[in-house]
Write a protein of this length. Structure first.
Length: 650
């Protein structure tokens, strides 16, 4: 099971862990054994010069270099790999056999005859091997390790007890040449959210099955340095060791996996973190915002922000991964790497060290923040909003972005005559106007907004393809006025459908008029929707109908939906209504096109846009609504369209 598991884990092929003790002073012991009689004519730096990105390069020159083993497989924290280092840098060597530490322990000098070996990188870490594994088509897939019968051809054993001292480094200063070398980080600690956890997981479940899980834990700095991942295999003999709760030093091999910086310790003795934890002073949110100069960057150094959650996840007017945090200096969107459960009014402390700082559709956010980086300190904190006129808000919008505001004596309207909060309405207080945006997924999206002037509390945000400055309310408590609930006649968000299958909803008609293609169920980032396309269609042309169940229409009934497009090359989606469709062939009925706003070439791919509120009062009686897609693969009319959150209400 051990061999199979590691082959299945791409990350662990590159895992490197090592066997030096931070607690000792790394005094070099006397040499033992002898070196072979071989001439050294190159260095690791010379070997690295053969590397060509994306290629497996065979070394054809008679090159021999000498290096010290700084990582072996004794602790089980890496598999069939050694890491060796000389004065010019470090590199990995792949093997096809185990128990490498018996012949090549940490501290032993090796002499590598590099001729006929191959060099390549594994997600940023250079490695040597004896060959290349290829798939059935002859394409290279991975480096093949040195087999046991060829070990003596490539590797000559020299003196041992040649232990190298780890080089003190700062994470923010680590360079490419530091990869695969032994380093030491000082004044670090594991983040508070991980305390009580273990380095990795190696357990037996109730059924007797062995469960091994490789885990990343994050180190933060007490001195303003950037964070780094400590990665540990479930096969490491210290996998179930509890993370130290204090601060101090840690040694290990520095590697990368793509853009992610990683540290692999060799033995648990590489960790010396027995000092008291350091408390990071909170950074004002305004200081984090000031670090963004117009381009995507990362929060510099160690940074913790503290503030109050001013968004309401339960009302669904903000995506589940996001919240807006406000302190006395300002506010900012925090986007986590998973759905959070922090309620409106929670006081949070969030470690945003090194997090991406960027704008999404114009709104500034710290992105991909680990959920474990956030800690709730208290609940039910409700800061007072800043009372402004719309003209004051617009004149100083950057100052108020992502902050709680209050506007009085506001009229709400929709240019298209709609009556619900869904999508964009318009706020006007006599000094100016600004959109009020509501996600169609919000629990109050289909609620009719008040017709009389009201007072509104909300958050100043930015959004949409035009990066519009706007306001969003958290829930209906933010509206001081009379609110009435609409009657929903039909709502379909496709969430109960199976991704990749033709749409098959009771009462709906999915009909292919031309060609064989039907409307199918699409899925993107856990959002389910209906989709239609002629892209890669086997048919010369396609025309497909998605028709609602029968509806009773009167003067008050309205339609709203969302649409999105991908790779727009033609306008292929239209929406129709019929008063005489009988549920059979739609071509036998009379259809009238509805004036809906449909996603077009100016809209970002995957960005759903609102249809506007479409009044259906001129079609009284029994009616059906149809979403009709037309396209042709040979003619290049292959735009993909998506529809979602179809609502008929009054």
């Amino acid at each position: 099971m051990k061999i199979t598991w590691f082959y299945l884990s791409g990350l662990l092929i590159a895992a490197l862990l090592f066997n030096a003790c931070v607690k000792e002073d790394f005094k070099e012991p006397p040499a033992e054994g002898t070196d072979p009689d071989v001439e050294v004519n190159s260095t690791i730096e010379d070997i690295k010069a053969f590397y060509q990105p994306g290629n497996y390069v065979q070394i054809t020159e008679d090159l021999v270099f000498s290096a010290i083993v700084v990582a072996d497989d004794r602790s089980g924290n890496f598999f069939r790999n050694l890491v060796i280092q000389d004065e010019t840098g470090g590199i990995q060597i792949r093997f096809n056999f185990t128990d490498l530490h018996n012949d090549y322990p940490i501290g032993r000098r090796l002499f590598i005859r590099a001729k006929d070996m191959y060099i390549n990188d594994f997600n940023g870490s250079l490695q040597l091997g004896a060959g290349v594994v290829r798939d059935g088509a002859g394409n290279p897939t991975e480096m093949d390790g040195i087999p046991l019968p060829l070990a003596n051809k490539f590797i000559l054993k020299g003196q041992w007890n040649q232990h190298l001292s780890p080089t003190p480094r700062k994470v923010g200063e680590l360079m490419e040449n530091d990869i695969n070398t032994l380093i030491r980080l000082d004044d670090v600690q594991f983040r508070a959210g991980d305390l009580g956890e273990t380095f990795a997981i190696n357990i037996i479940d109730d059924d007797g099955n062995e469960i091994r899980q490789t885990i990343n834990r994050e180190l933060t700095s007490c001195t303003g340095d950037a964070p780094i991942i400590v990665r540990t295999s479930g096969f490491a003999d210290f996998a179930n060791t509890t993370l130290p709760s204090g601060s101090g030093s840690i040694a290990g091999i520095y590697t990368v996996f793509g853009d992610t910086k990683q540290l692999f310790i060799r033995e648990i003795e590489d960790v010396d973190m027995e000092e008291d934890r350091c408390d990071l002073a909170s950074t004002p949110i305004s200081s984090i915002r000031a670090q963004h100069t117009g381009q995507t960057t990362n929060v510099s150094g160690a940074a913790v922000i503290r503030g109050i959650v001013i968004t309401d996840r339960t009302a669904q007017n903000i995506v589940d991964q996001n919240l807006i945090l406000q302190d006395e200096s300002g506010g900012i969107v925090v986007r986590f790497n998973g759905n959070h459960n922090f309620p409106l009014g929670a006081e949070l402390e969030v470690d945003v060290s090194g997090a991406e700082l960027s704008r999404f559709q114009g709104l500034l956010q710290v992105s991909n923040v680990d959920l474990l980086s956030a800690q709730q300190l208290s609940a039910e904190n409700f800061p007072s909003p800043q009372t402004l006129t719309i003209s004051q808000l617009l004149a100083n919008f950057d100052q108020y972005e992502s902050r709680l505001i209050h506007i009085e004596n506001v009229s709400i309207s929709k240019p298209d005559g709609g009556t619900t909060f869904s999508f964009s309405t318009l706020l006007d207080d006599g000094t100016g106007n600004i959109p009020l945006f509501t996600r169609p997924q919000a629990t109050f999206a289909s609620v009719n907004f008040p017709t009389d002037p009201v007072n509104i509390t909300g958050v100043a945000t930015v959004g949409g393809s035009e990066q519009a400055r706007q306001v969003s309310i958290r829930n209906l408590d933010d509206i001081d006025g009379e609110i009435t609930d609409p009657e929903t006649l039909l709502f379909e968000d496709f969430q109960s459908e199976t991704s990749g299958e033709p749409i098959s909803i009771s009462g709906w008609t999915n009909h292919a008029e031309v060609g064989s293609q039907l409307w199918t169920v699409g899925n993107h980032i856990d959002n389910i929707f209906g989709t239609a396309s002629a892209f890669q269609s086997p048919d010369a042309a396609n025309k497909m109908w998605l028709i609602t169940p029968e509806l009773e229409i009167d003067a008050q009934v309205k339609l709203e939906f969302e649409s999105a497009q991908g790779f727009h090359v033609h306008d292929g989606l239209k929406v129709y209504i019929s008063n005489n469709y009988d549920g059979g062939d739609p071509t036998e009925a009379d259809w009238t096109e509805l004036g809906a706003n449909i996603a077009g070439p100016d809209d970002d791919r995957w960005e759903f846009v609102g249809s506007g509120t479409i009044g259906l009062g001129q079609f009284p009686g029994t009616a059906h609504i149809a979403f009709v897609y037309e396209g042709s693969n040979p003619q290049g009319n292959t735009t993909t369209y998506r529809v979602d959150n179809i609502k008929v209400f009054k």
